[in-house]
Design a protein around this ligand. Structure first.
Ligand SMILES: [Zn+2]
Ligand SMILES: [Zn+2]
Length: 385
């Protein structure tokens, strides 16, 4: 069985061949052909010249008849591990790789030679990179500022599948398109950004949040101060993830954050939440309200595919047919504390003796003896006024 590889070799004379990063430009690239026995051991390796890149050239492969009689030292242009390895040395392929007929390999392949006697060939490690394999076929590439997300045919398939649940990259890519079109709307951040990595918004924001296998759209567009609208196609009350995300983005100086679940269309299955969240976000960005908006649920998936292919988000298709809406607006007033302006997380708090505000011990660096003592403590704001 003959196989051909493109090999990135770091060959410095007298030193073992070491594994290098694929994109390290300091390494030499060589084409190496090898003969692999049925036991998986390499019996022959020889270097080809780069112009023989795509074809297996028998002339360049050493055969038993032309094995050099004296051991041959590998150099930059002629790698010949197979037949010159001292006795006791075997080489194995750890992972399956290149199909000789198609020149397409799965990934990198590491070939390690091991010897039980100390020789120059000890622990030679070669990383084989099949640079001839085509990059994975991409469907669309979405760019926004310095970020790029590539979506693949599998993403398109997922979006079009009736029971497909939109994944992070699909939601984030769509939000990137919105960000390009509406740069002055804050939020629209990568959905993987959570917790203390969330950046406070400086203007009205729109953000799709994963609240636990469920996508909801949060927005402050058109809201009074300290209010966050929740557009949730399941209509459940704002959950702790949505509340935390809202508080961290808002950093409200008020005593409460008002989470308002708006009356929007109800999803009729368990998988459309991402599409509805995108439909709501797109609607808000385009200056209208998703409240009382009747979407044609059967067209949402095709519409999103078209948006990706046209690199532009347009409002999702509506219907004149009756659709079901949530009956009530649900409002939740959430008290927030400390300089972090978050909800009570049951961590250690200290109360300011003057303004009565509660502060996280960690957020304002209160020493442990102050927390335990009954001596009144004043917050920075009160002390400086
Ligand atoms: Zn805090
Ligand atoms: Zn105070």
């Amino acid at each position: 069985m003959k196989r051909q590889f493109k090999v990135n070799l770091d060959v410095t004379e007298g030193e073992p061949v070491i594994k290098r990063a694929k994109n390290d430009l300091s390494i030499e690239t060589e084409i190496v052909s090898m003969d692999v026995g049925v036991d998986g051991n390499i019996t022959e390796i020889s270097a080809n010249t780069p112009d023989q890149h795509n074809t297996f050239n028998d002339d360049k492969v050493q055969t038993d008849t032309n094995v050099p009689s004296t051991p041959h030292t590998p150099d930059k242009h002629d790698i010949d591990f197979g037949t010159t390895l001292p006795s006791g040395v075997t080489a194995g392929i750890w992972e399956s790789q290149l199909d000789p007929d198609t020149n397409v390999s799965s990934d990198e392949t590491v070939v390690t030679t091991k010897s039980d006697t100390k020789t120059d060939a000890d622990d030679i490690q070669v990383i084989l990179v099949d640079d001839t394999s085509a990059d994975p076929e991409q469907w669309v590439e979405i760019k926004c500022n310095d970020d790029t997300i590539t979506l693949y045919p599998g993403n398109k398939e997922n979006i079009l599948q009736r029971d497909g649940w939109l994944c992070d990259s699909e939601i984030t890519a769509a939000q990137m398109l919105l960000k390009n079109q509406f740069p002055y709307i804050d939020g629209l951040e990568d959905t993987a950004i959570i917790g203390n990595h969330i950046t406070p918004a400086i203007s009205e924001f729109v953000q799709i949040v994963n609240t636990g296998n469920h996508w909801v759209c949060l927005s402050t567009v058109g809201c009074p101060p300290s209010q966050v609208n929740v557009f949730d196609s399941l209509g459940t009350a704002a959950n702790p993830v949505a509340i935390e995300h809202a508080c961290r983005t808002l950093v409200s100086p008020e005593k409460n954050v008002k989470m308002v679940n708006q009356k929007v269309q109800v999803q009729r299955n368990g998988n459309d939440c991402g599409l509805f969240a995108l439909a709501f976000s797109t609607e808000i960005c385009h200056g209208s309200s998703p409240v009382d908006c009747s979407y044609d649920a059967s067209l949402l998936r095709k519409h999103l595919v078209r948006c990706f292919e046209e690199n532009h988000m347009t409002p999702f298709p509506r219907t004149y047919r009756r659709v079901i809406f949530h009956k009530n607006v649900k409002t939740l007033n959430v008290p927030i504390y400390c300089i972090c302006r978050l909800t009570n997380d049951n961590n250690s708090y200290v109360q300011c003796s003057q303004c009565s505000e509660w502060y996280h011990q960690d957020c304002v660096n209160i020493p442990g003896n102050v927390v335990k003592s009954t001596v009144p403590w004043g917050c920075l704001k009160c002390k400086s006024s």
